[in-house]
Every structure is written in structure tokens, then in C-alpha cells.
Design a protein around this ligand. Sequence first.
Ligand SMILES: C[S@@+](CC[C@H](N)C(=O)[O-])C[C@H]1O[C@@H](n2cnc3c(N)ncnc32)[C@H](O)[C@@H]1O
Length: 211
Amino acid sequence: MKWETFAPQFRGDVAAFAARRGLTPWEVWYAPYDEAVYAFVLARLGAEDVVLDIGAGDFRLALAAAGKVRKVYAVEVHPSLVADFLSRQGSRLPANLQVICGNALDFPMPPDVTAGVLLVRHSRRFATFFARLRAGGAERLFTSARWHMGVEVVNLQAPRVRFEAAPPGWYACACGAVGFKEPPSWRGSFSETVHEVSDCPQCRLSKEHEA
Ligand SMILES: C[S@@+](CC[C@H](N)C(=O)[O-])C[C@H]1O[C@@H](n2cnc3c(N)ncnc32)[C@H](O)[C@@H]1O
């Protein structure tokens, strides 16, 4: 099956388009999520929030968020998606919605962002966006990029325990890896809370790979 058949933004050579932006064809895949995912995010945004929507797709969430929050920066790499949205909006485009057409990896982090949105389940850039948002002082990240299903709210400023010191049970790491730390004995109990960690086994593997 051709990409264009089920992903209409892929007009032309998607591989060349993605390569010119330093991305893979897989990364520039567009598909919307369920309404429940958008409703989950919108219910947790407040009037004082400034949102950075990374990979805004057809801008449906960015537009709805602009009706609730102080400001939205919405970054989408694909010109066709951006052009379609802007032509549909015309002069109705809300003043507090800034539309940026480009690779979000090249977009300097605005200093006023309180909440990031990375609803890109197949993104491999979680660690980069996590680090940038955290360093910029943002509080929360709504994302599907770590568990690859549903949507979670990551508390960006929460302290993280080193993997070694974390109790047995589920963990999610600043690098984007998730997993289950086995207890020393399966007779014991483990917490169902997901522990936010750093320096997980995947981090170590990546460092070894880079060395
Ligand atoms: C699975 S779609 C989801 C769209 C939107 N977040 C939503 O939930 O409706 C992923 C979108 O992210 C865009 N994207 C992926 N990586 C990007 C990047 N580095 N910069 C800007 N846009 C990106 C793709 O072009 C695609 O439109």
C-alpha cells in the first residue's frame, strides 16, 4: 500500500521531504487520536497555561486549547497540514494561537511555556523534548510517546530517583524508556504506582552504544 492512500498529507516524496528536515518518514506520519485523548488533555489545561503543541497535526487540539488557555504555540512540520488548517481558519485564527511550520527540534523553546503536548505515539524524541521543556521551566507534559498508548501527564519538575534506588514495580524514565523492575523475590509485593526514574538500564545501554 502507498503512504498517500491512507495519509493524505504525503503528497510527493515523503522520504525526501523527511530527510530534508532531518526526520524519518515514520516520524512525519499523521493520524488523529480518539476524542477521549483530546478531552483528557483539555480537561487538565487552565486559563493561565501556555501550551507548546509538538507535532500539532491538523491543529484540532491546538485550536480547542486556544479557547481555554493564555497562549498556544503549535508546531507542525508538514506544510500541507499547516496550509489546510490556515486556509480553513482564515481571519478566524485566534490571536493567541501561534502556528509554526517546521521541525520542532529546530524551534527554540519559548520562555513562557507551562505545558508541553507530544501526542505523537511513535516519536523517538521524548528525551529531547522532556529535557528542553524541563530546562525551560514547563510543569507538565501530556504525551503518548512513552507508553505508546493512551496519554499520560508527566510532572516535568518532579525529582527523579535513580533506577537503582527505585522500589520494585513499574518505572518510566526521563529518557523515554518504561518497564518493570522485578522484585528480588516474587513472594513480596510491589507498588502499582509508576516511579519516575533516571539512569535506567536503557540509558546505560545508550551510553555504552555512544562510547
Ligand atoms: C500521529 S500525528 C498526531 C497529530 C496531533 N498531535 C494529534 O494528536 O492530533 C503526529 C504529527 O506530528 C508531526 N511531527 C512529528 N515530528 C515532528 C517534529 N519534529 N516537528 C514538528 N512536527 C512533527 C507529524 O508531521 C504529524 O502530523
